[in-house]
Ligand binder design. Structure first.
Ligand code: NG6
Ligand code: CA
Length: 535
């Protein structure tokens, strides 16, 4: 037998085995179903289980009460794309250039066949699906198309880059371990507003092709600038290009009218698709990545929620998100799967008030503090940018508790693999730690001793280190500027020192730079950061 045929033989045998026998979790019993719910732009202080009083999130609180509520749980970046990249791949996004916020026509950022949390679980018998916001690009990259085009002698014009909206949308999630997907391709504020089901735009009428671009397609194409009076939600910065559903967006598009969604329907669509998936796979382990678009701008909820929070659309979106979580939990319960299902709830970055639309997020904030006691929010590497709600529940295994151990979304790949009874291949998921024991609240289990935080493009870093001498936080911002430092003010950049050190134990709100008093700690953390970056 050659090496290649040997591999095929082993794969077939393993495949047969998996299709006949349920595998066992490393924590005893059957492999649990795994549902990761990732909220969008939800802050550390936005839920009542994390101290919010002006807003009540009973469903998420119920999830929290059934498992571990982490008070030092982090996503890896202060924007969406890099956090999602590192969650799926177990690799810090800054290690791969081009992982900042993806544009409407961006190609797939994660290379086909990369080992991901989804592929690891799929390989041990899970049915895998992602529902909701993708924002990791779709379609081939220039380098890939170039090779294909050269091979097929295609003309320059046929060398497509990024999504082929009217054709096959690949590569995408299905090429990195998901069996199926149902997506909002980028963000709700970026064009186009269509659903992607597996490899195609759903309900696309070929006689009305979808065109997406970054230039105005014609002089008379209405935009948020030229037809501002017609908008149902006005923009405040950016977001003044093609209009759909009375809201102007980032980017331009035409056509695809039958395929377009209404923002009001997104949440219930994600829930419907997820429920269908849970029902279909009730007899086998499944992995669902529920990537909510809430509470990202434009915050336009189903009419049921509008006005309900008395805090404007931002608060209403939190209530809608809470409803989604409740619906998923209820369906799991109805299917008799509660004891067999591991839920993880996180956010992709910290909070922001006005992120480009005049939706009264600031005006109606009242006493609410979206980042709780933390400083900064989305875009920043102060704690509020990446420390977010972080919940883990698995009722048959996890004893309810509150934990201050440090855990991050990057660790979910290796930890979930372990929970599902498998191992990560050599070289894959390099930054992901197996924190399964901590996530499941095992006594004596220790979390990370350090957490690395990055901004969108990975040119600003935060490093929190817990050591004998203290709980320290280094901030490196070589350009001396940081975005969204004061989240209760108009969104802007603030001048800050290029390097700062905070003592998080004494000063969790990062108010006083103690670099001068602790030059040795500063030096140690700087070296540690440099070392992690160069690994
Ligand atoms: C910014 C957008 C912001 C949001 C963000 C990505 C402007 C002025 N701002 O560029 O509205 O879309 O990108 O957010 O266009 S994220 O949560 O998906 O990372
Ligand atoms: Ca986000």
């Amino acid at each position: 037998m050659t090496a290649a045929s040997g591999r095929v033989f082993i794969a077939v045998v393993v495949g047969l085995f998996l299709s006949t026998y349920a595998m066992v979790s490393s924590y005893g019993g059957d492999q649990p179903n795994i549902i990761v719910i990732m909220a969008d732009d939800l802050g550390y202080g936005d839920l009542s289980c994390y101290g919010a009083t002006t807003i009540q999130t009973p469903n998420i609180d119920r999830l929290a009460a059934s498992g571990i509520r982490f008070t030092s749980g982090y996503c890896s970046a202060s924007t969406c794309t890099p956090t999602r990249y590192s969650f799926l791949t177990g690799k810090y996004a800054f290690r791969t250039p081009g992982t900042g916020v993806a544009p409407p026509n961006g190609p797939a950022i994660i290379e086909p066949n990369t080992v991901t949390i989804a592929s690891l679980l799929k390989d041990v018998g899970y049915q895998t699906k992602v529902v909701g916001k993708w924002h990791l690009g779709l379609g081939p990259r220039q380098s890939e198309t170039k090779q294909t085009a050269e091979k097929s002698n295609a003309s320059e014009g046929a060398r497509m880059i990024g999504p082929d909206w009217n054709g096959e949308l690949k590569p995408g999630p299905l090429e990195i371990g998901f069996d199926s997907c149902y997506l909002l391709p980028t963000t709700n504020d970026r064009v186009p507003q269509v659903y992607v089901a597996d490899h195609h735009v759903e309900n696309l009428d070929p006689s009305d092709p979808l065109w997406v671009g970054d230039k105005k397609p014609s002089d008379d194409h209405p935009t948020g600038e030229t037809a501002r009076g017609s908008l149902k939600m006005d923009w405040s910065h950016g977001h003044n290009q093609t209009i759909h559903n009375g809201i102007s967006r980032i980017g331009f598009y035409t056509g695809g009218h039958a395929a377009r969604f209404l923002d009001e329907d997104l949440a219930s669509r994600w829930v419907d698709k997820s429920i269908e998936f849970i029902q279909t796979n009730r007899e086998r382990p499944f992995f669902l990545f529920f990537a909510s678009h809430d509470i990202h701008v434009p915050r336009v909820t189903h009419p049921y929620f509008s006005g309900l929070s008395k805090m404007g659309p931002r608060g209403d979106s939190i209530l809608q998100l809470d409803w989604c979580v409740g619906e998923l939990m209820n369906m799991v319960e109805k299917m008799g799967l509660t004891k067999k299902t591991l839920f993880v709830f996180v956010s992709d970055n910290g909070p922001v008030m006005d992120d480009g639309y005049k939706d009264e997020a600031l005006e109606k904030l009242g006493e609410h503090r979206a980042a709780g006691p933390l400083k900064g929010g989305k875009y920043s590497v102060y704690e509020g940018g990446t420390r977010t709600p972080f919940l883990v529940s698995w009722p048959s295994v996890v004893t309810p508790a509150v934990s201050d151990e440090m855990v991050t979304t990057v660790d979910l790949a290796r930890s979930c693999a372990r929970i599902a009874g498998t191992m990560v291949p050599e070289g894959a998921c390099p930054d992901s730690l197996d924190l399964s024991a901590v996530l499941l609240g095992k006594p004596e289990a220790k979390g990370r001793d350090h957490v690395l935080q990055q901004n969108n493009n990975g040119n600003q870093f935060g490093l929190r280190v817990r050591e004998e001498s203290g709980d320290w936080k280094l901030i490196e911002a070589p350009n001396g500027q940081m975005h969204n430092v004061k989240i209760e003010e108009t969104l802007r950049s603030t001048k800050i020192p290029k390097q700062q050190l905070f003592d998080l134990k004494a000063d969790p709100g990062e108010t006083t730079d103690v670099a001068g008093q602790h030059p040795d700690v500063m030096e140690r953390l700087k070296n540690r950061l440099a070392e992690i970056k160069s690994q």
